[in-house]
Write a protein of this length. Structure first.
Length: 297
């Protein structure tokens, strides 16, 4: 999603986000998407870990004992690697139990699944979602932070485009639902959830992020001072030329927090020949000059 203004000797230097025009003209991408081999390995490990979490400790210990028997029946045993080998044997035993698909069968199904997931309608979204026009600017392993209930469906859409998503859920029920659906949709390697009660604390989630989605309903529940602190924290975790996508709610519209975005630029939604325009607001963090802290409303 971002590219450097000029070649830099260090990969951690700030990057510039492509404009829509730049994205269309771009001849290549900074990072290749993950290979099917990588994704298949993630799929296998997700299923294995999910199985381990679903069984009792006694059953897991029985698997360990079975792995131990197989290990010590081998003609050559490297004692220093016993624990590592036991873990590998346990994983192999679980793979046999689950009867996981071969890579060939998995790839055939995965390609169709991922193509469907990359359509906004798969998640109940349409052209009014402000994330949809931004998808062409995203690259594999870009980082997104999603805050609040309204960012759930966009979070899945972003992860299906190989974006790494951290989701701050307002309650444990939502966090668990997102985790379960991510597993079902084979997206759990891309989605990490945690419960964040922003009225009292902001998680120590390190940046920088390329894009942050903010459900305005979350901010509506905060008093003015706390709203300022939360937005300032999110701004400081945003990469230069990174985006904040403000998702409107019946209780608070994006325009109500514009004073918190001193120095930021509002990005105008793309023109559409037909159909509704995207809702919500996209704000762009300034480049080079240090970001000025938002003025209290």
């Amino acid at each position: 999603m971002l590219q450097q203004d000029a070649p830099q000797p260090h990969p951690d230097r700030a990057k510039r986000m492509l404009t829509a025009t730049d994205a269309l003209r771009s001849a290549g991408r900074r990072r290749p998407p993950p290979s099917h081999t990588q994704l298949y390995q993630e799929y296998v490990m997700q299923r294995i870990e999910a199985y381990k979490n679903s069984i009792s400790r006694d059953e897991l210990m029985r698997l360990g004992a079975e792995a131990s028997d197989e290990l010590f029946q081998a003609e050559e045993t490297q004692l220093l690697l016993t624990e590592v080998l036991m873990n590998e044997i346990v994983d192999e035993l679980i793979k046999k139990r689950l009867k996981l698909k071969s890579m060939k069968r998995w790839r055939e199904q995965f390609v169709k699944l991922r193509a469907a997931q990359r359509e906004p309608t798969h998640w109940g979204l349409d052209g009014t979602c402000p994330i949809v026009p931004l998808l062409g600017r995203l690259e594999a392993n870009d980082r997104a932070l999603c805050v609040g209930t309204a960012s759930e469906a966009p979070a899945y859409l972003l992860s299906s485009h190989d974006v790494d998503v951290i989701y701050w859920a307002p309650d444990a029920g939502l966090a668990e639902r997102i985790e379960q659906r991510s597993i079902t949709e084979q997206l759990s390697a891309r989605v990490y959830t945690l419960v964040a009660q922003l009225c009292s604390w902001v998680p120590a989630t390190p940046g920088p992020f390329d894009i942050i989605l903010i459900d305005m309903a979350v901010l509506a529940d905060l008093d003015i001072d706390r709203r300022y602190e939360v937005l300032r924290s999110l701004q400081e975790r945003t990469r230069e030329q990174g985006l904040h996508v403000l998702l409107p709610s019946p209780t608070l519209v994006p325009e109500a927090v514009f004073t918190y975005y001193d120095g930021w630029k509002r990005e105008q939604p793309p023109r559409r020949r037909k159909g509704p325009r995207p809702v919500g607001v996209v704000m762009v963090r300034p480049t080079a000059a240090p970001i000025r802290r938002a003025a209290r409303a």
